[in-house]
Design a protein around this ligand. Structure first.
Ligand SMILES: [Zn+2]
Length: 196
C-alpha cells in the first residue's frame, strides 16, 4: 500500500469519504486520482474487507466507470453537506438519488459465526462496489442529527466531520491543524487591536 495523506477525522465513513479532497494553500487538492487510490482509501477506511473478490480482476473500463460513478457520488454528497449545514435537514435530492441507485443493485448479507458470537455482515462483490458507498450514505443520512454535521470553522479548510463529542462543541477538523491556527490568528488580531 502506498503511504498517503488520507484524512480520517470525520467520525464516519461518509464524512471521511467527502474529505478525500482538501485545501492546500488555498487550492482544492484531490486525494483520489484513480481506482487504485480509491482502493487504498477503502483499505485504510477499514471497509475493504467487505468487498469480495479481487478488485483488480475487473476489466479496466469497468474500473474506470466505477471510479467515475463513486467520485460523482462524492460530489453529490459534498453538495448535500453544504445544503444540510445551511438547511439543518437532510436534503431530499440526496435521499432520492440514493434510493433510485439502490433499487437497481445491492450487496448481500452473511452470517458470521465464531465461538464468541453470531453477527451479520454485509458484503459486496467488486462490481457492486458503488453500492457499498450508497448504503453507507443511506445509513448515514438515516441515522444522524443534521445539526451535528459540521464543516471545520477554519474558513480556509474544507473538511467535514460528524460531531460525536459529548457536549457537541467540536469546531475544527483537528486542534493541531486548524484550531491552533485560528486561535493564534485571533490572539494576533486582539493584540494588534490593542496597540492601535
Ligand atoms: Zn480544518
Amino acid at each position: 500500500m502506498k503511504t498517503s495523506n488520507f484524512i480520517f477525522i470525520g467520525n464516519h465513513f461518509v464524512t471521511d469519504f467527502v474529505n478525500t479532497r482538501k485545501n492546500v494553500k488555498g487550492a482544492r487538492t484531490e486525494l483520489l486520482h484513480d481506482y487504485g487510490d480509491l482502493m487504498d482509501w477503502l483499505e485504510q477506511s477499514g471497509k475493504s474487507k467487505f468487498v469480495s473478490g479481487n478488485p483488480d480482476s475487473l476489466p479496466s473500463s469497468r474500473r474506470g466507470e466505477l471510479f467515475q460513478n463513486i467520485m460523482s457520488f462524492r460530489d453529490d454528497l459534498e453538495q448535500a453537506f453544504v445544503d444540510m449545514i445551511r438547511e439543518k435537514s437532510v436534503p431530499t435530492f440526496i435521499t432520492e438519488l440514493i434510493n433510485k441507485s439502490l433499487k437497481s443493485n445491492g450487496g448481500y448479507l452473511q452470517i458470521e459465526q465464531s465461538e464468541a458470537s453470531v453477527a451479520l455482515a454485509r458484503y459486496y462483490t467488486t462490481s457492486q462496489l458503488f453500492v457499498l458507498f450508497l448504503e453507507e450514505a443511506a445509513l448515514f443520512f438515516a441515522s444522524i442529527k443534521p445539526d451535528n454535521l459540521k464543516k471545520c470553522e477554519n474558513e480556509a479548510c474544507i473538511l467535514y466531520f460528524y460531531d460525536t463529542s459529548r457536549n457537541q462543541q467540536r469546531r475544527w477538523c483537528s486542534m493541531e491543524k486548524c484550531g491552533n491556527r485560528v486561535k493564534v490568528n485571533q490572539h494576533y488580531h486582539r493584540k494588534k487591536n490593542r496597540i492601535q
